[in-house]
Design a protein around this ligand. Structure first.
Ligand SMILES: [Zn+2]
Length: 273
């Protein structure tokens, strides 16, 4: 699933191709990709507008438009935004095409059909409840400590909660916890000051490293030009199957289901204390 580094990469790589461009048409092959307003209204209000800004908030891509409305896109489990098809074959997974002036096309590819688009006057109706951005200056160890205070849920589940911190999902939560040597089932409030400092640093390190590697193509993620990202080659535990070994101590990586998602961790480096 695209997480912060993948959506940040998509934003960075799309921006020069779409900023300032006018939307001249839209074709939908899967109407339910439009969540708000109705499909008819979405298309009629979108066409003719120029894209004036491209930003990311959490895992959402945010396109500002001349009408002061905002087009918000979420790629969910399997979405990609492509400037051209990933192969010369007709691609049955393209769910929408946005036609821009000067011949640019933006293809929304989404094998699992869970992706979503909203056209809204106030973007906060969609992204207003997100927690802090982990790579912004206001995300400090002190803020993380404050927000963990009294949280009894497993730290793994807390990190994946978008209202707690924006943009982290299963892969980068596992990587950050491994780097910080914290067991995924530890409760939020049980973390010491040192552990919180380590976790804060680990979160920022794994996210920056993955952005530098243009995201992780473990599944269906492609960059806008059709290339893959290479961040998954740096993964220490995420997406391992049981039976692989910890790159630090050689112990077998274990898998635990937490809130219906597999969590990978090293039982020796990340002891459950
Ligand atoms: Zn280990």
């Amino acid at each position: 699933m695209p997480e912060l580094p993948e959506v940040e990469t998509i934003k960075n790589e799309l921006l020069p191709y779409i900023i300032g461009h006018r939307i001249t048409g839209i074709t939908l092959f899967w109407d339910r990709i439009v969540r708000q307003p109705s499909v008819e209204e979405f298309c009629s209000r979108l066409v003719g507008q120029r894209i004036t800004g491209v930003a990311r908030r959490g895992k959402y891509l945010i396109l500002d438009l001349t009408s002061d409305e905002t087009l918000i896109i979420h790629l969910k489990m399997s979405g990609s935004l492509l400037l051209k098809p990933v192969s010369a074959e007709p691609d049955k997974f393209i769910r929408a095409i946005l036609y821009l002036d000067k011949g640019t096309r933006l293809l929304f590819r989404d094998p699992r059909k869970l992706g979503a688009m909203w056209l809204v006057e106030d973007k906060n109706t969609i992204v207003g409840k997100l927690g802090p951005e982990p790579l912004e200056a206001d995300f400090t160890p002190q803020l993380l400590a404050q927000r963990l205070n009294n949280r009894i849920a497993p730290i793994k589940a807390i990190l994946c909660d978008q209202s707690f911190i924006a943009g982290i999902g299963n892969m980068y939560a596992d990587e950050a916890l491994f780097a910080a040597r914290i067991h995924p089932l530890r409760s939020g409030k049980s973390l010491s000051k040192d552990e919180i400092t380590r976790l804060h640093r680990s979160i920022q390190q794994v996210l920056w490293s993955a952005i530098n590697d243009k995201g992780a193509s473990v599944d269906t993620y492609f960059r806008p030009g059709g290339e893959v990202g290479t961040a998954h080659f740096q993964f220490q535990v995420a997406h391992y199957l049981s039976g692989k070994f910890c790159p630090v101590c050689g112990t077998a990586i274990e898998r635990l289901p937490i809130r219906n998602r597999g969590s990978y961790f090293c039982p020796k480096c990340q002891p459950e204390v």
